[in-house]
Write a protein that binds this ligand. Structure first.
Ligand SMILES: Nc1ncnc2c1ncn2[C@@H]1O[C@H](COP(=O)(O)OP(=O)(O)OP(=O)(O)O)[C@@H](O)[C@H]1O
Ligand SMILES: [Mg+2]
Length: 175
């Protein structure tokens, strides 16, 4: 099934709480049965693997995104397919990915900001709104909304995981 010269990077992006990890994991689980060489790289675990040496300032977030992009490029160049769930909402990083990786597919997980605030799974949004936390993307830190993505999934409702992940699988298979 795998074409060793055609490893792909599936970059799943969106704001915190939008559903990147949940959807990315599901895609990985299904694709793992079809592809031999495939890894799932999640933004949070990536920070941990490297020893949590970066914070969440704009400078650190950008550096983290750059590292993730470089790691993805490294893996893809070794013919490993990568499902990467990461916020990393920087136009320059998306451009870099697109320039460096032939088989780059970008998926934007969209979610209403009110719904993200309601979910508030890490407690970040409430604190940012209360003025107790800086650098929360979407509240008091700007981000680049992907404009050239290959697929946008509206995940404002926490449902239809199978259908949503299948949309990504179909995109991968068709490309
Ligand atoms: N389609 C879905 N069906 C069911 N539950 C979902 C769905 N999408 C998201 N969720 C739930 O919503 C919450 C947020 O999702 P998730 O942790 O995947 O977001 P994230 O984008 O990875 O956030 P972060 O950037 O903070 O890591 C989780 O509790 C997850 O289980
Ligand atoms: Mg996550």
């Amino acid at each position: 099934m795998i074409d060793r010269n055609k490893a792909k990077l599936i970059w799943i992006t969106g704001l915190s709480g939008s559903g990147k990890t949940t959807i990315g994991k599901e895609v990985y689980k299904k694709l793992n049965k079809l592809y031999e060489n495939i890894v799932f790289l999640d933004g949070d675990s990536f920070r941990e693997i490297l020893g949590n040496d970066l914070g969440h300032t704009p400078k650190d977030r950008l550096e983290n995104a750059r590292r993730i992009s470089r790691m993805c490029l490294f893996l893809v160049s070794q013919n490993i397919n990568v499902i990467c769930s990461t916020m990393s909402l920087y136009k320059e990083i998306h451009t870099l990915n697109r320039e460096k990786i032939t088989n780059y597919l970008e998926v934007f997980i969209e979610c209403d900001i009110d719904e993200l605030i309601r979910r508030d799974q890490k407690g970040l949004y409430t604190k940012a709104i209360a003025g107790k936390l800086d650098n929360i993307v979407g509240i008091n830190m700007d981000y680049d909304k992907p404009t050239l993505c290959d697929l946008t999934i509206d995940n404002s409702k926490q449902d239809m995981l199978a259908e949503k992940s299948n949309k990504i699988i179909n995109l991968i298979i068709d490309n």
